[in-house]
Design a protein around this ligand. Structure first.
Ligand code: NAD
Length: 465
């Protein structure tokens, strides 16, 4: 699938057009925002099957999985923004204070201006449209840069977005590194970047030139900590399911498992059984595991498994040309193994034996803060020990993946896994400037506020909060 890139020399003009259109004030009308959000819902609903076709074309993603986890999740977010935009955008009165109420302090939820969204290949619909709904709800003009690695979805959205949304204030541009580099040279009022940590550094460096605020939604190696007294069968199934969603190409993917050494073989057996229950037919034949996005990523994961010093329990064959990586379970993996050297972003599950939960926590804390920590236990003290003893963007007990959909909850990383939030009201707030305003009547001077003026001959405490 070929994707038409924007000409680099046209990028400053597109940016200028957006600035000019934003200054007309049209995006500030809440009725306008609501209409655009409704149109965005229609974009998804009207094109449901074409969107699933694009997932197939880009990554061979099973249609049922795309519908269950990406299309439905996207629609839920869009509808939430549509249903709440008036409430979120309304001015907020300051908490009552005898000292300040006469000056009518009001917080105005104002758009930041022209914002930039850069999204990755792996959830190319959800990760573009959900932040977009937050940016529209908060009244911004938006420049979108989808990933060139999912060209079918990028091309489809490039066709649909101008048909459903106002093209004066919402523009989508396609390109690779030169085009994105050019975009990043321009001043924006906020940048949301979703992707890997390496590119995030380039984004931050470019943003620093204009003092542009940046939200980073990154990834990392998300561990699963196993309490041997957990519900082993369910734990193994939920981990294996979470691992193989989108072929492991998900920021929420459980990356590796930490298990007490004496319990490793029992848990590995449970993971193996779970795999064969989930995939009675080899995924290469059944088509029920998404392929690697391109040959480069297929070769990358091949290199990681070829170099492992762990014991491969099953799978791991990689056919680079067809981008197929067979799901693999690897045990006896050590901290310095190739499989522990980077976020796997592929269908391999290393199991790392540790002495006990304390060593598991130490293992996690010696590394970058992951996006997610998963713990499997029925013991509250064990769960609290892992939650309290580690740091991560999110944490879930006894499940994987689903917590991102929890209604009304923020989603975002910490440290190397990112900064800021991009779901629901939190997405709205990301693109909103909370502007403190007040209106001070003249009669206050003789009554209350005289003390601020020189010469200082009245009590200095009058102004204290
Ligand atoms: P990536 O960093 O390679 O690419 C993301 C975007 O950056 C793309 O639009 C790409 O065109 C652009 N880009 C690539 N190189 C660039 C450069 N040199 N300069 C400027 N822009 C450039 O990420 P990816 O491989 O598409 O996505 C995988 C990563 O994203 C994983 O680390 C994953 O964990 C993370 N991720 C995080 C979340 C989250 O919500 N936290 C969600 C999905 C993916």
């Amino acid at each position: 699938m070929s994707l038409k890139y924007v000409a680099v020399e046209d990028i400053p003009g597109i940016h200028q057009d957006l600035r000019r259109a934003y200054r007309t004030g049209k995006t500030k009308s809440v009725a306008f925002r609501k209409q655009q959000l409704l149109n965005l819902c229609y974009l998804v609903e009207d094109n449901w099957e074409r969107i699933k076709d694009a997932f197939i074309a880009d990554m061979g993603r099973p249609r049922e999985e795309a519908e269950l986890l990406e299309l439905n999740g996207t629609l839920i977010e869009l509808k939430e923004a549509y249903n709440n935009v008036e409430k979120w955008a309304a001015p907020e009165k300051a908490p009552f204070s005898w000292l300040w109420f006469s000056m009518s302090p009001v917080l105005r939820n104002e758009p930041k201006g022209v914002v930039l969204l850069i999204s990755p290949f792996n959830y190319p619909l959800y990760l573009l449209l959900c932040p977009l709904s937050g940016a529209i709800a908060s009244g911004n003009a938006v420049l979108m840069k989808p990933s060139e690695l999912s060209p079918a979805m990028a091309a489809l959205l490039t066709e649909l977005i101008p048909r459903y949304l106002d093209p004066e204030v919402y523009r989508i541009v396609n390109g690779g590194i030169p085009e994105t580099t050019k975009i990043l040279e321009l001043p924006f009022d906020h940048i949301l970047y979703t992707g890997g940590g390496r590119v995030a550094r380039a984004v931050l460096t470019a943003a620093a030139q204009h003092l542009t605020p940046v939200t980073l939604e990154l990834g990392g190696k998300s561990p699963c900590v196993i309490d041997p007294r957990c519900d082993v069968k369910t734990a193994a199934k939920r981990i294996m399911w979470g691992k193989l969603i989108n072929g492991g190409q998900l920021c929420l993917s459980p990356d590796y498992v930490l298990v007490p050494d004496w319990f490793q073989d029992t848990f590995v057996e449970a993971l193996k059984n779970a795999y064969y229950e989930l995939h009675p037919v080899e995924p290469k034949v059944s088509g029920q595991v998404t392929r690697m996005v391109n040959e480069r990523h297929a070769a990358r994961v091949k290199g990681l498994i070829d170099d492992t010093k762990g014991t491969i329990v099953f799978g791991g064959e990689v056919d680079v040309e067809s981008k197929y990586a067979a799901p693999a379970l690897i045990k006896d993996v050590r901290g310095d193994d190739s499989l522990m050297s980077e976020e796997l972003f592929g269908p391999f599950l290393p199991v790392v034996p540790v002495k006990d939960v304390d060593e598991a926590i130490e293992f996690i804390n010696e590394r970058d803060h992951p996006l997610n920590v998963y713990v499997f236990s029925n013991d509250s003290a064990f769960k609290e020990k892992v939650f309290g003893g580690t740091q991560s963007g999110t944490a879930a007990a006894n499940d994987t993946i689903l917590h991102v959909l929890a209604h009304g909850m923020p989603f975002g990383g910490v440290g190397a896994s990112g900064t800021g939030y991009t779901t629901g009201k939190y997405a709205f707030d990301t693109f909103t400037h909370k502007r403190c305003t007040m209106d001070s009547p003249s009669w206050l001077d003789p009554a209350l506020m005289a003390a601020r003026y020189t010469p200082y001959n009245v009590s200095p405490n009058t102004l204290s909060r």
